[in-house]
Design a protein around this ligand. Structure first.
Ligand code: ASP
Ligand code: MG
Length: 428
């Protein structure tokens, strides 16, 4: 018998009525002959509300206690979802991470899953029940309650799907699937039918919030297809799956925006071997997230300016750490800029099609938007721009790659072929 993991996000559980709807979906799947494991997030804005409450109570809440508080949100959801299934005349059981044996490391608020025990879930499924699991939470070997990071109910779901060898992991949300850009900012954005794990992982890493990026790693590693779809309709959503022939034809598949960023510059860093290593070892030791790093050398190689971007939420910690390092290593000054955002384009076809970067820069130029920094990887090009320019930047770039067109293959023509390929006759 095949197994379905179905994950419901906060908005899809925001009211009792919506919880009933999720319950009906699970029951229907079970009546179609599948075993069902439901993974749920906290209802509506519960997690944000709890964080606010914590901050109102204590300016720097201990992370252990934050985890203790935040995991209550998911515990409310599992109980209510089980009740809704019972109310409809079917059997279900709710389980916390501790009850099922989802073990993580001890890094409170950003724990990583180490192992998941199947025993309890298998026993409950064998008793013909729908099993309802609290997303986002774990337990460490000492029995402490942990959380996996914001948005990580997705990760609970795909990790369970992997361990249980599920046929599919369905992620129910309040939009129809994964879009070529955030439809709230780019109204012409188009729903994508199929996307590879790699592209989705990159899109999530550079700003797409529809799925948690670590969740996709599990899908990829264990080859579990992830179906992102709307909880209010029966429409097909987006399949996140292994790369297929043809997928790499599309040069750019999506554009994203990351607004919650800050850049940190260390100016007049003595340019001697080992300095960058010492700086970033210290930054990492303090768990400050490092996004892109840039370094320029000046004054005949005597000094360097070294900068990196980080989450806006980490900026206080980052500043403190960097000022300490600056004092220790004789670095000139530390500068923080909280007014930046990152616009990225992502696509497998970038591996083989050149001209993507120039199309992107050209679009930003036409929008009269200054690029403060550029970084590239195999399938991503990112530009740092001012935050106030960012939504317009996203719309111009989306438009330049014609991502609103139904056939993504079209946007190849928007870009020049790679140098040396047969169709590149124009020497510059
Ligand atoms: N409730 C958690 C959060 O808001 C986990 C999740 O929704 O995925 O971050
Ligand atoms: Mg989410």
């Amino acid at each position: 018998m095949s197994l379905y993991v179905q994950k419901f996000g906060g908005t899809s559980l925001a009211t009792a009525e919506r919880i009933h709807r999720a319950a009906r979906r699970a029951i229907r799947t079970k009546l179609e002959g599948h075993r069902v494991v439901l993974v749920v997030s906290a209802m509506g804005h519960t997690t944000n509300d709890l964080i606010e409450l914590a901050r109102a109570t204590c300016s720097h809440p201990p992370k252990r206690e934050l985890d203790m508080l935040l995991t209550t949100g998911e515990q409310v959801s599992i109980a209510l979802a089980a009740m809704a299934i019972h109310a409809a005349g079917h059997e279900a059981i709710s389980l916390t991470a501790a009850q099922l044996g989802l073990v993580t490391d001890s890094a409170h608020t950003r724990a990583r899953i180490q192992r998941i025990s199947r025993d309890r879930i298998d026993r409950e499924l064998a008793a013909d029940k729908i099993v309802i699991v609290a997303g986002f939470q774990g337990i460490d070997v000492g029995g402490e309650i942990t959380t996996l990071g914001r948005g990580a109910s997705d990760t609970t779901a795909t990790a369970l799907a992997a361990v249980l060898a599920a046929e599919v992991c369905e992620v129910y949300t309040d939009v129809d699937g994964v879009y070529t850009a955030d439809p709230w900012i780019v109204p012409q954005a188009r729903k994508i039918d199929r996307i590879s794990y790699d592209v989705m992982m990159e899109m999530a890493a550079v700003g797409a919030t529809v799925m948690h990026s670590r969740a996709i790693e599990f899908g990829k590693k264990f080859n579990v297809p992830i179906h992102v779809r709307n909880s209010l309709t029966d429409a097909k959503g987006t399949m996140i799956m292994a790369e297929e022939p043809g997928m790499e034809q599309i040069s750019v598949e999506g554009v994203t925006l990351k607004e919650d960023l800050a850049t940190i510059s260390l100016n007049a860093v003595p340019n001697t071997p080992g300095i960058a290593g010492r700086i970033f070892a210290e930054v990492a030791r303090n768990h400050v997230l490092v996004d892109d790093i840039v370094q320029n050398v000046y004054d005949g190689g005597k000094y360097a300016n070294l900068g990196f971007s980080t989450n806006a939420g980490d900026v206080l910690e980052a500043r403190a750490v960097c000022e300490r390092i600056a004092a220790d290593l004789g670095i000139g000054s530390v500068e923080i800029d909280e007014g930046v955002a990152k616009v990225s384009v992502i696509g497998l076809g970038m591996r083989t099609h050149a001209g993507i970067a120039s199309t992107m820069f050209d679009a930003l130029a036409r929008a009269q938007i200054n690029i403060e920094n550029i970084s590239t990887s195999e399938i991503v090009i990112s530009c740092i721009v001012r935050q106030e320019d960012a939504p317009r930047a996203l719309r111009f770039v989306h438009d330049a790659f014609e991502l609103d067109k139904t056939d993504g293959a079209d946007n190849i023509q928007a870009c020049a072929p790679k140098e040396g390929s047969e169709a590149s006759p124009t020497p510059s």
